[in-house]
Design a protein around this ligand. Sequence first.
Ligand code: FMN
Length: 303
Amino acid sequence: MEFPKLKNKLILAPMAEVTSLPFRLLCRNYGASMTYTEQLSALAITRDSAKTLDMAETNSTDSPVGLQLFGRNPDILLKAAKKLYKPFDVIDINMGCPSKKIVKEGYGSALLKEKDRIKKIISILSKNIPRPITVKMRSGFKKVEALELIEIMENAGCSAITIHARTQEQGYSGKSDWELIRKVKEKSSIPIIGNGDVVDPISAKQILKQTKCDYIMIGRAARNNPWIFKQINTYFKTGKIIEQTFKEKLNLFQTYLNQGETNFKLLRMRALDFTKGLPDSHNLRNTLSRAKNIQEINSILKK
Ligand SMILES: Cc1cc2nc3c(=O)[nH]c(=O)nc-3n(C[C@H](O)[C@H](O)[C@H](O)COP(=O)(O)O)c2cc1C
């Protein structure tokens, strides 16, 4: 099945403890053309974990949207996807997460070491789930193997690949290897979503120019400032780099709250993210980190 045609080049990256439904809606308001849930445990879904099922919440405004699953057993991944696929446009399999906890269980980027398993997972899902099956990967586990891996994925029925071009071993050190993304794009016949280190309009233009990737996925820069989607889209349309006013930056939190976020832990983390880099924000962020409820956050931000 084909990956959806998106209305612009910019996709919000899946991020654990960030990309809840309200955060995804916030990013769409600023111009993200597609979003993903954070990685959800296929096993927990099959066990009806209320917390995990909650994190799979979506609605008709949140479209197109991908459900991202992590797991390693093809049957469990299939069972989880069968249960939840209906409101989603794409089912994405996490083959990129580098965290020790995930890798230890053989999930996330650890799958990049298991070519047969990759093949089994993608083929069982693409044969049995009426949605495009996609993969989000790193360039390899210890060594760079993306060019070999994408061929396996594509042949198994994968509809698009997002590549964050660092190995598991690199974590977040060094730079995402955009030259590798270029080679991946050159070799593949499905949409390639380039990821890693897009932080502003100039880097967004550069990754598209250098790699010819079909779409760009933005993670950390969007977590800190969802307004970046507006800035990049405006630059692509007009060639002008608009600047965010102080008021616009402070308003991010209220706009996020207005999307219906009720999870206090997420609200406080985003209040801290959105105020990064504001002039003299040290005291403000210190007080925010101790806030106990939404009213406190609001009164701190209004001062
Ligand atoms: C807080 C955080 C949580 C993340 N959670 C996920 C996740 O659930 N699934 C996933 O595929 N990638 C996850 N990532 C990786 C991002 O999707 C992205 O690939 C990475 O941050 C590189 O892009 P960037 O340079 O634009 O941030 C996470 C990243 C961050 C910073």
